[in-house]
Design a protein around this ligand. Structure first.
Ligand code: ZN
Length: 669
């Protein structure tokens, strides 16, 4: 019997309001103990079957995920010291359990035997086993004891190295400051940032500017002084490198990270780390990824060169790298005379939600209704139920729209409860949609920028993926088990509707007057979507290409050659030369400290899928019910139960095509 602990007594929704930090460790420990005991007894049984072994495992993983998701969520949206401590205490316990499970040889053998001998399994059950066997292999389960020990040691080393990489960036960034005595030098910069710099200078007088992201961005986009922009550009692009203070130089750390990743991949008999990473992706080979990047580069090059020429004419001077953002900003303002801030009164949250829900109803046949009798973690949070076309509940979601202290920044969709429908009673999926819109005055609705509206549609797209799933096995339901380079398809697909004129017309009403958004403003807004699309594309391609070349082309004899690889990629991709002292790679956290190693291409990959999927609607009608049903049947409801490429081909009748994305951004194909 579970102890009296609100985390374990979901019914089926979390008992927000009753959960305290002191409940976290006992609940997690109790569950992990139970899971370990269950695993031992499952493996002790003589002849296991899918039903007697795999289903109970799916069940216990589902239970653990549902319990932990409450803690994870509260830690993100209601952070407090005691909760954070409890959360951090549990992280190593959970990761030890995941490792034990992933490297359990007896479990791996049992799964293999079921896969080899049971002829009655259906396609989804086969897929569950395939994924499990694949993950066993990628966790090094088949290695001999020496290699297994080496594998573990390398994994630990990698964790330390990637963490060191991030710390060096943070320390180098924090150690840097720029002092200005004359306010005239700061002309153009957002007054809020200038005021904060004045406060930071304190008794010394003048202004002390830090290198934090918002300050850097404000200087690069708005400081009239080219000298000041150059100073910041240099500081920013040489952080944690050999061009700065040697104590935070990431050169050796990067070299080690790439060496360790390469060795890990080779232990598992992959030729390099990029190949290893592709084992769980939609892209099948390194050649395919390079060809994809090359195709986009060739297609965008002319547009990017044209944009740069125009920008140079507009600036009436040759442009240096630290001038690009500044002059782009000026040109955009002159050309579209529209600012995100001015749009706020037109996008009040209630109207935006109404429009979003109408889009969902027209596309997917679902009705969304708010329920107020549900326990919440904060008065701003809300709860919505989704009913299918027949009026039956098919899932629900929480929405926490606005920023507040102790809430993690950014926007995301997370699984609260995963869908489950194996042999026992079905469990309906529940999602969290979290955003950080500007907080409204008391009793007023939140007012959104159009960027915010796009963000909301994006997260709602992830939500639909999770909530409209028809897969009953938790490890393949919703976004689970979906190839990592395809998981942004539904979210980026939904963004398209936030740009449709008919959708904007339906939602944009001035908060005070009720007047619609003037048609000229609406058209200007829509045109901003493709502003400098060529330059943006090449920038992203440069990052992706560099990342993938580093990991695919690693040579143990010559080492990583980070600077040389970066220089080669730039010579091929960039339209504006970069100074020789630029050390962008040394602070490229996505690939050295984050989860994007050999994966930065995924941004563009998923964008292509989303634009191509949306083009199928544009060819008929963006609300065409037949196309929408096919989209749900082939992609949205399938979770990880189907290969991502197969699912896409089933929907589109062919492989993905890059042209719709290029068209969408006004880059001629
Ligand atoms: Zn996303």
């Amino acid at each position: 019997m579970p102890p009296e602990n609100p985390l374990l007594l979901r019914n089926p929704l979390p008992r927000f309001g009753a959960i305290r930090a002191e409940h976290v460790l006992p609940a997690v420990t109790w569950l992990l103990d139970r899971n370990r005991a269950q695993l031992a007894s499952l493996l002790a049984a003589p002849l296991t079957t899918f039903k007697s072994l795999v289903e109970p495992l799916e069940d216990s993983q589902h239970e653990l995920a549902s319990v932990w998701s409450q803690v994870n969520h509260l830690n993100a949206v209601m952070n407090a010291p005691d909760l954070r401590e409890a959360y951090n205490t549990c992280l190593p316990l959970l990761s030890a359990w995941q490792t034990d499970l992933a490297q359990n040889e007896a479990l791996c053998r049992a799964c293999q035997r079921i896969a080899d001998t049971d002829r009655t399994l259906d396609a989804t059950q086969r897929r569950v086993l395939e994924h499990r066997l694949r993950d066993f292999r990628l966790a090094g389960v088949a290695l001999d004891p020496d290699r297994k020990a080496r594998f573990k040691a390398l994994m630990q080393q990698l964790t330390q190295l990637t963490s060191k990489f991030g710390e060096n960036i943070l320390d180098a960034t924090n150690a840097w400051a720029h002092h200005v005595t004359d306010a005239a030098e700061l002309a153009g910069i957002n007054p809020m940032i200038v005021e904060r710099a004045r406060e930071a200078a304190g008794v010394a007088g003048g202004y002390r500017l830090s290198l934090e992201q918002p300050v850097y961005t404000a200087v690069m986009s708005d400081a009239h002084s080219s000298a000041l922009r150059r100073t910041f550009y240099e500081a920013w692009t040489t952080r944690a490198s050999d061009q700065g203070d040697a104590s935070w130089d990431n050169s050796a750390v990067m070299e080690d990270i790439l060496r360790v990743r390469h060795e890990l991949a080779q232990l598992l008999e992959f030729s390099n780390y990029a190949d290893y990473a592709l084992a769980t992706r939609m892209a099948k080979s390194t050649a395919e990824v390079f060809a994809f990047l090359e195709q986009l580069r060739v297609a965008s090059r002319a547009a990017a060169e044209q944009e740069l020429r125009e920008l140079q004419q507009f600036a009436q001077q040759p442009l240096e790298p630290w001038d690009l953002t500044y002059w782009s900003e000026r040109l955009q303002r002159e050309r579209y005379s529209i600012s995100q801030e001015e749009l706020r009164p037109y996008f009040a949250l209630p109207q935006v939600l109404d429009s979003l829900f109408q889009v969902a109803q027209r596309l997917f046949g679902v009705r969304i209704a708010e329920r107020t009798s549900v326990a919440l973690w904060h008065p701003d949070a809300r709860y919505f139920e989704i009913l299918n076309a027949a009026g039956a509940p098919c899932g629900s979601f929480y929405l926490d729209p606005c920023a507040r202290p102790h809430k993690q920044s950014g926007a995301w969709m997370d699984e609260c409860v995963g869908a489950k429908g194996m042999s026992g009673p079905a469990v309906l999926p529940v999602a969290y949609l979290v955003c950080n819109f500007l907080e409204a005055a008391p009793a007023e609705p939140a007012l959104l920028t159009h960027d915010d509206v796009v963000t909301l549609f994006h997260e709602f797209g992830h939500g639909m993926h999770h909530l409209l799933t028809r897969v009953g096995y938790p490890t393949l339901a919703g976004i689970n088990g979906v190839a990592w380079d395809a998981v942004e398809l539904p979210s980026q697909f939904m963004e398209n509707y936030a740009w449709r004129p008919e959708v904007i017309r339906g939602m944009a009403r001035h908060i005070a007057t009720g007047a619609p958004l003037p048609e000229t403003l609406l058209q200007q807004l829509i045109r901003t979507r493709s502003f400098h699309a060529g330059l943006q594309m090449l920038r992203q391609l440069e990052f992706a290409w560099f990342d993938f070349s580093l990991h695919a082309g690693y040579d143990p004899v010559r080492g990583a050659q980070v600077n040389a690889v970066l220089a080669q990629v730039r010579a091929k991709v960039a339209v504006l030369p970069v100074p020789a002292w630029n050390r962008f790679a040394h602070s490229f956290g996505h690939i050295f400290a984050g989860g994007y190693a050999a994966g930065y291409y995924s941004y563009k990959w998923a964008e292509v899928l989303a634009a191509d999927a949306f083009a199928a609607f544009e060819e008929t009608d963006v609300f065409d019910p037949v196309t929408a049903k096919r989209f749900v049947d082939c992609i949205l409801s399938q979770g990880g139960s189907r290969d991502a490429l197969e699912a896409f081909i089933a929907f589109r009748g062919r492989k993905p095509d890059v042209r719709p994305l290029l068209r969408q951004h006004g880059i001629a194909a």
